[in-house]
Every structure is written in C-alpha cells, then in structure tokens.
Write a protein that binds this ligand. Structure first.
Ligand code: KG4
Ligand code: ZN
Length: 351
C-alpha cells in the first residue's frame, strides 16, 4: 500500500511517501524555524499560514522525486494531534480533501506514535516488546510498548518536558530557538566538572521525571555568573555542559530503571531530544552493561517529519483503520487512548 504521510502539528511541514512493500520512497521537510526565530518561539497563526503555503508544493515535490502521480497514492495519513489546533487543521483538511477526491482511505495519526515508530524506518528496527523513551519539546515519557497501539505508561514528566528544558536553557544562555541543538553545540566547548547540577528525582524510586527544578538551578547559576560579571563565552559553555550532562544522566538513570523493572532488553528512544549525541552515547554505555540494545532513528527522523507519520499511518491503514468523514484535530491526546492495531475502527479513532 502506498501511503502519503502529512505532518503539520507544529513548525515543520513534513511529507513522505511510504510503501508497505518498498519502504520509504521519498520525503521532504520545510522548517519554519527562521520565521519563528524572530519571536523566540513558535507563533501558532504564522505556523498555520505557512503550512497552507508549503504543504501542496511539498506533496508534488515528493511525488515527482518518487516518479509517482497522485493516482498512485492508496492511502493518506496525517497528524491529528497532539499539536497546535490551526496547524493540525491544515494537514487534516488537505488529507481529507485529497482522500475524498481520490476516493482513498484517510487516517488521523497520533504524533507521538509517529515518533515512537520512527526507528522502524531504520535498517535494523527493534522487535516488540520494548521500552520507549519519548523525549520531545512537549513530552517526556517512558512507555512499555507491546505492539502498535499497546502502550503502558511507565512514567512521565510531572512538569516541563526534556526538550522544553533544553529550549529554556538556550534562552537563558542567549541562544536562538530551537535551543536543543544549540545548547548541545555550546556544551561541546564546556569544561567538564566546573559546575555540578542536580539530577532531579533520581534519589527516590519511580519512573517520573521533573525538569523544572533543573531549569531553576540553571537560571540561578546564570544569574550568579552575571552578577559576578563572569557570563563570558566559556562560562556559558560550562553551564550548557553542566545542564546537558544533568539532563542526560537523569534520562539515563530512569531508562536503566525501566529496563530493570520490565526485564526488557530493548530500549527505543524517539522524539527531538533523541537526536542528542550525548544522550545516545550515555544510553549506549548503559544498555551495554545490561546486555541490552538501544534503537533510534537517524537524526532527521528524530525531530518532526512526514516519514514517521506515513509509516505509522501505513501500519494502521493496512489493518483497515480509517477516519470517517470528520477531520480529526486533537490538541491534547493521551497516547493510551489509541486502539491496538488489530482493532478495526472506521468512524474515527476517538469514537
Ligand atoms: O520531536 P520534536 O521535533 O517536536 C515535538 O514534537 O516537540 O522535538 C523538538 C524538541 C525541541 O525542544 C528541541 O530543542 C529538541 O527537541 N532537540 C534537541 C536536539 N534536537 C532537537 N534537544 C537536545 N539535543 C538535540 N540535539
Ligand atoms: Zn514531534
């Protein structure tokens, strides 16, 4: 089945063509980062308007790249949530209009399920079951994954998401949006050991996270350095490194606990923060000690993209799931509300 995937939940317009037999045929992404950078974060209305401008040209571009026409598409998957309501509506409207015109099934996909399954696009995908760490701008969750749509939440952040903590740290250090990759780059120049930041909620049992205390600690450290007239480039790099190391250690400790608790030998990391090199290295070392393996997508499929939506949608469309006539746009949507893959639903996922 040839599926067109559409991702417009936030500030990237992503599209892809995924074929159940031949794999990923083409994908394209337009990032709105430059447009939002002037405002220090995503401006929802500007995001929606830009998706309107970019979405159809990007679809044409990948059809051409794959040597296919619209008539070859057999199903359409779009991100139905969670995300910005206006941005979601653009993807959903285009998906439903195209699906109606072509007479093919359309399905609203959960953005985080897309992230979760992105490592399946790699040459050595993980087998079910596995433990997944979902780390994006809006989510930090540990999930036990028995199969597609079979999710048990093991733990999550009680306040900020890990990516959000990276973004806020970037702002404190005077770096542009989006902050994660910039904090990571600056941390590369840092002096190990100059600052020691806390590892929140690691000294008590449980798999929940908290990043707001780490954020406050960073804020106070920056303020003290500024007062001492010491907030130079080296100090900023040292703070970035201390923050990144603390965040990575915290995530690693919780992942180790989740593997030990479940007895799982497979850890999947997904979402924007899973592109972080220090996190990947730290998890590789940790799982090696446990005789386990860690799986992740190539960096471009860790952050938002159309390929993950095409892949996730293809699995569910092939199983017979599809939307009714309604466009689904669900700004807040817990992933455990998703049906298992073998539960056929025609009228829309939330019915
Ligand atoms: O998955 P994603 O693209 O969008 C959401 O669904 O939220 O994740 C974006 C988040 C941002 O907070 C960004 O700063 C963070 O992922 N991020 C990183 C890195 N690349 C992206 N954080 C740390 N290190 C990175 N290399
Ligand atoms: Zn995302």
């Amino acid at each position: 089945m040839l599926v067109l995937g559409i991702e417009t939940s936030c500030d990237e317009t992503g599209v892809a063509l995924y074929d159940s037999e031949q794999g990923l045929l083409a994908h394209a992404l337009f990032s709105q980062i430059d447009m939002h950078a002037d405002y220090g974060g995503v401006v929802p209305e500007l995001a929606s308007r830009d998706h309107v401008r970019k979405l159809l040209p990007l679809c044409e571009e990948i059809l051409q790249a794959a040597g296919r026409t619209r008539a070859d598409i057999e199903g359409i998957a779009y991100t139905a949530g969670p995300g910005l309501i206006g941005a979601l509506m653009v993807g959903g409207s285009v998906a439903h209009a195209l699906g109606f015109a072509l007479g093919i099934p359309v399905l609203g996909v959960h953005h985080m399920e897309g992230h979760l399954l992105a490592p399946m696009l790699e040459p050595e995908p993980p087998a079910f079951p596995f433990v997944a760490l979902l780390v994006s701008g809006g989510h930090t969750q540990l999930v036990l994954v028995a199969g597609i749509g079979e999710y048990t939440l093991l733990g999550e952040s009680v306040d900020d998401a890990a990516g959000e903590a990276f973004d806020k740290t970037a702002k404190m250090l005077g770096l542009d949006y989006p902050g994660g990759p910039r904090v990571a780059a600056l941390a590369g120049q840092g002096t190990p050991g100059r600052y020691k930041f806390p590892r929140p909620m690691t000294d008590r049992p449980g798999l929940d996270f908290s990043f707001s205390g780490l954020k406050t600690f960073t804020l106070n450290t920056v303020a003290r350095a500024r007062e001492a007239d010491d907030l130079n480039d080296q100090t900023r790099a040292d703070i970035a490194l201390a923050f990144e190391t603390a965040a990575v250690d915290t995530l690693t400790i919780k992942c180790r606990r989740a593997l030990e608790q479940t007895g799982s030998k497979r850890l999947v990391i997904a979402g924007g923060v899973s592109a972080n090199k220090r996190l990947r290295a730290s998890l590789e070392t940790m799982v090696a000690r446990l005789g386990a393996g860690v799986f992740y997508a190539r960096p471009e499929f860790c952050t938002d993209n159309g390929a993950m939506i095409a892949y996730a949608g293809c699995q569910r469309l092939e199983a017979g799931q599809r939307d009714g006539d309604r466009i689904l746009a669900v700004p807040r949507w817990p992933m455990n509300e998703l049906p298992p893959i073998n539960e056929v639903r025609i009228e829309g996922l939330r019915d």
